[in-house]
Design a binder for this molecule. Structure first.
Ligand code: PLP
Length: 451
């Protein structure tokens, strides 16, 4: 607000510490340090309350795909708020922004993914998926087909359902997750877990854990397999090439629905509209959020096949959120998609930004601390290691070096996250070569400082 904008940083930080509970944060520790106050953004750059210019190599939370400060989205939001700020999509009513957005998504999504169930976030969309795929099988006389298989270290959200689908041990340790009938298999992280196996053998073996799980649980018990095309919050884990074809084969063979969680990978991040296209998979359901509105408005959803939609349509599906298909969020998302399309931002990722960043990213492996460097489109990670050839993590408490490195980046006005000993990036898709140079320059400096 205008009142708090004029307060000195220290006072803002004191108020924040006194009253604001930050997600995924040790709030006591943060209160001592003071949270950095971000005041504005433009393109790939953020400004803080002290006037520092910070390069946001995470696009917020992997979501500000078209970059900060696009006036068109603000204009559309204001217009829609004046015209119709809210009406629901329950009980036989609809409105023009949600109609246009659903139709546009059906056009963009691959195959027969032509049907959208809206939510307010990725977490809510994955909760929808849990209920919808179970209900789909129940409607076909197979209510026992209810187990959803997911992966360790996957991230699918923070609600009770989506947090259960996710495989984050730190989350499962708190608050009683997971819910019943969710089963986790290992992730395809060759660098840390592949041992002596070749990446291809390892990728195939990890995919075959899905088949083993289906056989152990019973084919008639398994409803779906859910995965991020490229695991994001788990540390940008890129599966070996052998992995996804094997997963697709297994899902087809046992009639298991494949849910691609495209919350990060969708809307251009991997150099195609959807990660499923980059990795050549044919999902029955896609989870979307984040880049759908470039984070300018909270919106998510599930895009499902004609087959699933036609079964669900036979009866009332007792599920929905007040903000399912919110008019302002829908209008903002639609304008975001228009910009992505008209400015060919996905082509910019594929042809310019990703090849340029990938080359410089790979060169980071010349740094003494950096083991592997991975990147798909504009999402990448580096593994920090004391010994490249042995592919070992640092022995100190997990994440220590990653944490220091992240703090050095932050001090050098570069936002890069760490997951344990991996550093990750996911910049706005509009990033230009000179901004990539700056990103890499600040990353090298930060790595040198935590060496
Ligand atoms: N799925 C994936 C792959 C995500 O990365 C996230 C968020 O980071 C979610 C789901 C949850 O989305 P939200 O935070 O909008 O609930």
């Amino acid at each position: 607000s205008s009142i708090t904008n004029h307060l000195p940083t220290a006072e803002l930080q004191a108020l924040d510490a006194a009253h604001h509970m930050h997600p995924f944060t040790a709030n006591g520790g943060l209160a001592q340090k003071g949270a950095r106050v971000i005041t504005s953004g433009n393109g790939v750059m953020l400004t803080d309350s002290e006037g520092a210019q910070i390069l946001d190599a995470m696009a917020g939370l992997w979501c500000v795909n078209i970059g900060y400060g696009r006036e068109e989205l603000a204009d559309v939001a204001a217009r829609q708020m004046r015209e119709l700020p809210f009406y629901n999509t329950f009980f036989q009513t609809t409105h023009t922004p949600v109609i246009a957005l659903a139709a546009k998504l059906a056009e963009l999504a691959p195959g027969d993914l032509n049907n959208v169930f809206f939510a307010g976030s990725g977490s809510e969309a994955n909760d929808t998926n849990i209920r919808m795929v179970r209900h789909y099988w129940a409607m076909q006389g197979k209510p026992q087909k209810s187990v959803i298989i997911s992966r360790k270290n996957a991230y699918h959200g923070s609600t009770v359902g989506s947090g259960s689908l996710g495989g984050m041990s730190g989350m499962h340790a708190q608050g009683g997750l997971p819910i019943p009938d969710i089963h986790h298999i290992n992730q395809p992280n060759w660098w840390s877990e592949g041992g002596e196996m070749s990446p291809e053998d390892f990728g195939r073996a990890r995919a075959q854990e899905l088949e083993q799980a289906i056989l152990d649980l019973g084919e008639d018990r398994v409803a779906a397999f859910i995965a991020e095309p490229v695991q994001g919050a788990g540390g940008v884990i890129v599966a070996p090439d052998s992995y996804w074809p094997e997963i697709q084969r297994i899902c087809d063979k046992y009639e298991i629905l494949l849910i691609a969680d495209e919350v990060i990978c969708g809307f251009g991040r991997t150099g195609e509209w959807f990660g499923s296209q980059t990795l050549n998979i044919r999902p029955d359901v896609m989870t979307i959020a984040k880049g759908l509105s470039s984070g300018y408005a909270p919106i998510g959803g599930s895009i499902v096949s004609d087959e699933i939609a036609s079964v669900i349509a036979q009866d009332e599906f007792n599920h929905g959120y007040t903000y399912s298909g919110h008019p302002v969020a829908s209008a903002v998302a639609l304008e975001n998609l228009r910009i992505l399309e008209e400015e060919d931002i996905v082509g910019h990722v594929r042809n310019i930004a990703a090849p340029y960043l990938q080359e410089k990213w790979q060169a980071l492996t010349e740094h003494p601390l950096v083991g592997e460097a991975k990147m798909v489109g504009l999402m990448g990670s580096i593994a920090l290691t004391p010994d490249k050839s042995a592919r070992v993590p640092f022995k100190a408490e997990a994440g220590t070096v990653g944490y220091i490195c992240r703090e050095r980046c932050f001090a050098n006005n570069l936002i890069m996250r760490h997951v344990g000993d991996r550093m990750i990036v996911s910049p706005p898709l509009v990033i230009q070569p000179d901004e990539i140079d700056l990103l890499i320059e600040r990353a090298w400096k930060s790595l040198d400082e935590c060496h």
